[in-house]
Design a protein around this ligand. Sequence first.
Ligand SMILES: Nc1ncnc2c1ncn2[C@@H]1O[C@H](COP(=O)(O)OP(=O)(O)O)[C@@H](O)[C@H]1O
Ligand SMILES: [Mg+2]
Length: 354
Amino acid sequence: MSIPQNEELENHDEASSNSPSPSPEQPQPLSSPIKMAMQRGRGPSYRSASGYQTLAPLGGGSFGQVYSAVHLHSGAPVAIKFEDTTHQNGKTELLPYEHAIYQVLRGCTGIPNVYWFGKEGRTNMLVMELLGPTLETLRYFCRGTLSLKSVLMLADQLISTLESIHSRGILCRDIKPENLAMGRGPKSHLVYFFDFGLGRLYKDVITGEHIPYREGYEPIGAPRYCSQAAFLGYEQGRKDDLESLAFVLIWLHKGHMPWTSLLAPNIPAKLKIMGEMKDTDKLAEICKGCPDEFLTYLRYCRELEFADAPDYEMLRGLFRGVMQREGWVCDGVYDWCPGSDSEKGTLLPERFVW
Ligand SMILES: Nc1ncnc2c1ncn2[C@@H]1O[C@H](COP(=O)(O)OP(=O)(O)O)[C@@H](O)[C@H]1O
Ligand SMILES: [Mg+2]
């Protein structure tokens, strides 16, 4: 990724910016977090024409880099996802597409707010709500597994948010613990879906008609967590997002799946074995060590037809039933929270206390 340089920004096309740009000649007063970040020298420092100053890298992957940043005028912390379009060579830019999905999802609980989207130099920038650590980070720092209570509390919220996402005609198609994160501050008990780079509309916005079933796609989504249908290259529906959410929940609770540490001579062979391990008659093996409701949930997903509307309420009810049976209340005290009765404790380093 190349972040545009300040010289480049002097020729910046104002049309792409809809917020006042700080003049390069008049340095803006620095807020203390920026000073601190600069003193530590973490990450490339970039002051955007749209009024944001990057602080530190948060992550990156398939098509860009994400940085924490601060809005220079308000001091509000944000996250910025950058996509370099220099070497696009006719390939579609993904960030405008992801932004369009966020617009459709605007206002849903459990979806980060988007504050600004535009192009600076040759780089697309999506400025959004800064979230806390991802569920994968939290699992890691909670010694590899999350307690059943934490997983059930997350499951309840995640199913509801997925229901809202689906109700707006969107499929995620890339549900994984790295794409789910906790909120910050007063929202630190909320879990968020983000990264809609693989999202798509599954119904016509005007007619409401469901997309037709097709086969022969390249598998879409992370092999560890995607549904078996996605694995086999079938067109995905709402049931596939739900199935993949179940794999994520089981992974968070157990810290392993039958396909973890799989040995195979090459990647295609490994993928073939993984696909077979997701067969319907192997679901009990996948759910071993979890309450029976996880198996009921997964079997229900497998029974749904491609375009069927799932019964989200019933699925939430399954997990609420387990909570009730165990005598737990949904108090938002997760394993990583102070006061949690998690026996093993957590190893959360201070920089992850958000
Ligand atoms: N809004 C955000 N707040 C905090 N961290 C974020 C945010 N968005 C992304 N990240 C971090 O950056 C990583 C990569 O972002 P993501 O949108 O998933 O990009 P990619 O499409 O490359 O996977 C995430 O796994 C997460 O650690
Ligand atoms: Mg991602």
